[in-house]
Design a protein. Structure first.
Length: 312
């Protein structure tokens, strides 16, 4: 292939998205027989920055739009979440753990999508199947993917496979897991350099649900009170974002990763009507408390799709 080959995750990249792109780049020669550059579609978050600094890994460069590059896409297949300019012509592989989001390719491509807790776990399986040796740094990267995306196995997205992979990886990484998780979640919760717009946008995804466009933002934290004191500023910013992006429904959830609950922000009448229909909970001061809800993928998005009448 003459064009440069990149590995990249979704817009508003999270830890699993960025680290998976880095892993595919690192093992590109062994898996695909090609040289791959890891890039991101936007700035990385504080959690991802923490792990890259810890492991002394250079941040991937930011690429906003595909020009002539060929792409290995990780951690998404949703058309609304992929880098601008990506088409079936330049897509050569997909590695993911979400539902299929409607992407099409113009030719047969390598595709690996599994119902596990993170893309890092899928990559581990590929490496093991191809008998590729995993070094300590790579093992730590995959552990970070698992811990971050499954909220240390507290999310319903986590599977027995993730737990087995986690244990196998730590035989290599030899981490003090309690300390590692504490430091990772502290970085995840950090508001250093974070504006209100960052809070609503850092982990934001847009979905097509039938004829409706639905935006769902999440902020995972050990200290939800530090976010909720900015509630009115956040709601104002969400309304502005909804209008700017011409979204039909806009939701935002503060996920308490210690108590495993969420505060769902209700910014308008249509959101209130849908949320009450779907979750059947009371709303107090523009917030619906969702006990035991921590996963956008399994506990929010499918329910909203169903509530809007879209066939899954």
């Amino acid at each position: 292939m003459k064009n440069k080959i990149i590995s990249i995750g979704h817009k508003n990249p999270d830890t699993d998205s960025v680290l998976s792109a880095i892993l595919i780049s690192k093992f590109g020669k062994q898996i695909f027989g090609i040289t791959i550059e890891a890039v991101t579609a936007d700035n990385i978050n504080n959690e991802t920055e923490y792990i890259l600094k810890k492991l002394k890994i250079k941040k991937p460069r930011i690429l906003k739009k595909i020009k002539n590059e060929n792409v290995i896409l990780v951690d998404t297949t949703e058309s609304k979440q992929i880098i601008d300019g990506l088409t079936g012509e330049n897509l050569i592989a997909i590695i993911d753990h979400h539902n299929l989001g409607g992407l099409k390719s113009s030719k047969p491509i390598f595709t690996r999508v599994e119902a596990v807790g993170c893309t890092g776990s899928v990559i581990y399986k590929i490496l093991k199947e191809q008998c590729i040796k995993i070094d300590k740094i790579s093992a730590t990267l995959m552990i970070a993917c698992i811990v971050s995306d499954t909220l240390n196995f507290n999310s319903p997205t986590s599977t027995d496979d993730d737990k087995k992979i986690f244990l196998e990886l730590n035989k290599i990484a030899k981490l003090d897991i309690k300390k590692f998780v504490s430091e990772l979640f502290s970085a995840k919760s950090s508001l250093k350099g974070i504006s209100v717009n960052d809070i609503i946008s850092k982990d934001y995804k847009q979905f097509d649900m039938g004829k409706y466009k639905v935006g769902i933002g999440v902020w995972e934290t050990t200290t939800p009170e530090n976010i909720n004191i900015q509630k009115y500023k956040i709601i104002k910013a969400l309304k502005r974002k909804k209008g700017h992006e011409k979204i039909d429904y806009m939701f935002f959830a503060i996920v308490d990763i210690i108590k495993n609950n969420s505060d769902l922000y209700i910014i308008g009448e249509v959101e209130q009507e849908l949320a009450e229909k779907v979750f059947s909970e009371n709303i107090k001061d523009d917030i619906m408390f969702l006990k035991g809800v921590v996963s956008r993928k399994k506990q929010v998005t499918p329910q909203l799709r169903s509530g809007l009448g879209e066939q899954l």
